[in-house]
Ligand binder design. Structure first.
Ligand code: HEM
Length: 333
């Protein structure tokens, strides 16, 4: 009897220790209500100032957030700086073009928050909140975000390869990459509508505008001819000046609208991966739908970005709240 009692007691203690209560591990919208009541207000203030001063911030943060979530989950692993012992995610080849504005807006928010409520708000939550606010600032939908993500303990450049799509991949390869993150074709197309804002460097599409057929110096015939000629002029010196870039959405470059999808229907898709979606039977009906109806695209985008934003998040002791976003608290890890 006594043995049974002890067994039951130890089992229930084990349950308490091993399995944290659900409320502890679940993300909630009001996670910081008591510990940092001004969290959302501070995010909004900093984001507004930064976006007004540097209008490229919204696109920068959105790409940064997406690249964070696709590798190790949304845990701010992309924000870690490399050191002598560790080449971090942000120094992987594909992440080298992540613009400074995205990192900077997070740093500014973190600095402001550390003054108000030190050690409370994770960098992963800051990036999720800033991205949401910036999308809405440039005309996109505002959606609820749940908080309570912890910052991760791992950031390795070699973990990035194979987890993020490249513009020269086939559509099937890209579909598979998204599928590996449990994102279906509809969610993939809705998310990639993010290319309604921001830039791409010439090298990302140079093979479509110069020497496309290898025998003569022509361009990809799926481009609208005037657009291709404009891009050729813009990128004429791109090997000497690798910073040369073009707007992802040539018609309304700074506005989060469904123009990206309308562009694809007219041969105005900048990257090969963009244009492929307008041609392939698996994606084309979605391009047509979103081009015709921005409201449906916004709904589908919100669903998909919310799914991305909780991808593989760490809660409880699986992460920490970093003191600064570019370094682990314990520098030895
Ligand atoms: C379908 C697969 C995708 C491919 C192949 C792709 C590829 C690229 C490339 C090559 C660039 C240009 C980077 C540069 O030259 O600086 C870019 C920019 C961008 N991408 Fe994607 N992307 C994809 C999906 C996404 C998704 C799902 C999102 C977000 C939800 C996203 C957000 C962005 C943003 C906002 C920019 C502009 C960044 C800036 O202006 O700084 N992309 N993407």
């Amino acid at each position: 009897m006594a043995f049974h009692f002890h067994l039951i007691l130890s089992l229930s203690l084990l349950t308490l220790v091993v399995f944290p209560s659900k409320t502890q591990s679940r993300l909630t919208q009001n996670y910081y209500q008591k510990t940092c009541p001004d969290f959302e207000k501070i995010v909004q203030q900093v984001v507004t100032d930064k976006q007004l001063a540097s209008p490229t911030t919204a696109a920068a943060a959105l790409r940064l957030f997406f690249h964070d979530c696709m590798v190790e989950g949304c845990d701010a692993s992309v924000l870690i700086a490399s050191n002598a012992f560790n080449k971090a995610e942000r120094d992987s080849d594909i992440n080298l073009s992540l613009p400074g504005d995205g990192f900077e807006v997070v740093t500014r928010i973190k600095t402001a928050l550390e003054l108000q409520c030190p050690g409370i708000v994770s960098c992963a939550d800051i990036l999720a909140a800033a991205t949401r606010n910036l999308i809405s600032m440039v005309g996109g939908p505002y959606y609820p975000v749940r908080f309570g993500r912890k910052d991760g303990f791992v950031s390795k450049a070699e973990a990035v390869d194979g987890n993020l799509a490249r513009s020269n991949m086939s559509l099937s390869q890209i579909i598979n990459l998204f599928a590996a993150r449990k994102l279906n074709i509809k969610e993939m197309v809705a998310l990639t509508g993010a290319h309604t804002i921001g830039f791409s460097h010439c090298k990302e599409f140079s093979n479509r505008i110069f020497n496309f057929s290898k025998t003569s110096d022509d361009y990809d015939p799926s481009y609208n001819p005037k657009y291709a000629e404009g891009l050729r002029r813009l990128c004429a010196n791109y090997t000497k000046d690798p910073q040369m870039s073009a707007y992802n959405d040539v018609i309304t470059p700074g506005k989060f609208d469904n123009m990206y999808f309308k562009n694809l229907q007219k041969g105005l898709g900048l990257l090969a991966s963009d244009q492929a979606m307008a041609v392939d039977g698996r994606t084309r009906p979605l391009i047509d739908l979103y081009a015709a109806n921005q409201t449906i695209w916004f709904q589908d985008f919100v669903h998909a970005i919310q799914k991305v934003s909780v991808h593989n998040v760490k809660t409880g002791r699986k992460g920490e709240v970093r003191r600064r976003c570019d370094a682990f608290n314990n520098l030895k890890t």
